[in-house]
Design a binder for this molecule. Structure first.
Ligand code: SAH
Length: 224
């Protein structure tokens, strides 16, 4: 009960203080129990508009940031979306709630495994996730209607732009540590993209490679 009340307060705050206009995004977020994505110790803080530690020096993004990035994607039912940086899995669930078919990649094995369990617990069957390096994208399922990157890159990863449909959108924070611009990229043709800046943000870095080696080529590729 108290979680529901806190969640309703958070959604109202996103609507009024953070100026989130997209009611579909707000409604999706109001359906997701954010406390499930945090350690029990933080349960009482889960509905504050703040980022939180999820272990391995990583964070679950601040709700305002999740709402802004999601809003920019203009998700339609059935859209095929690639997420780089599964983390806790919260952002993937917001996209799944909006009716997207979500493909999410995480390079830290423990986080990948935990997110996989969370998706099962909450019953999201339209999320496929893997343990892998997001710089490589997920060519098997490309091209994507949109791509959301939830870790900060130094520059726009060209391989990801390649895996975007023409007309598709990529939302990605780009810049040096502690200070990034959110980039809104529209792929207007096979060879051209238009880039707009959408404000300042702070994300954990997007790092190349994996924390542990694959035992075989397909480890962690659930529900293929
Ligand atoms: N979307 C997440 C936020 C995660 S924070 C959520 O809703 O909770 C960013 C995540 O990106 C971290 O878990 C980090 O390990 C992951 N990450 C960083 N570089 C990556 C890469 N190259 N490939 C895949 N994941 C990466």
């Amino acid at each position: 009960m108290r979680h529901k009340r806190w969640r309703a307060d958070l959604i109202e705050q996103l609507r009024t203080k953070s100026n989130i206009k997209d009611e579909a995004v707000l409604s999706a977020m109001s359906n997701i129990p954010r406390h499930i994505f945090l350690d029990n110790a933080f349960e009482n803080h889960a509905y504050q508009d703040r980022a939180f530690q999820i272990g391995d020096s990583q964070t679950i993004s601040q709700p305002t940031t999740v709402a802004l990035q999601t809003q920019m994607l203009e998700v339609k039912k059935g859209h095929k979306i690639l997420e780089v940086g599964t983390g806790s899995g919260y952002q993937a669930c917001v996209l799944a709630e909006l009716g997207a078919r979500v493909y999410s990649i995480e390079r830290i094995k423990r986080l990948h495994e935990r997110a996989l369990e969370t998706f099962e617990t909450l019953g999201y069957h339209n999320i496929t996730c893997c343990y892998g390096d997001g710089y490589k994208g997920w060519p098997h399922f490309a091209p994507f209607d949109s791509i959301i990157v939830t870790a900060a890159a130094r520059e726009i990863p060209e391989e990801l732009v390649k895996q975007l449909k023409v007309g598709g959108v990529m939302v990605i924070p780009v810049g040096p540590e502690g200070r990034q611009k959110m980039l809104y990229i529209v792929k207007v043709s096979q060879t051209e993209s238009v880039v707009q800046e959408k404000g300042n943000f702070r994300f954990v870095p997007m790092l190349p490679g994996l924390t542990e080696k694959y035992k075989d080529g397909i480890e962690g590729r659930a529900k293929l």
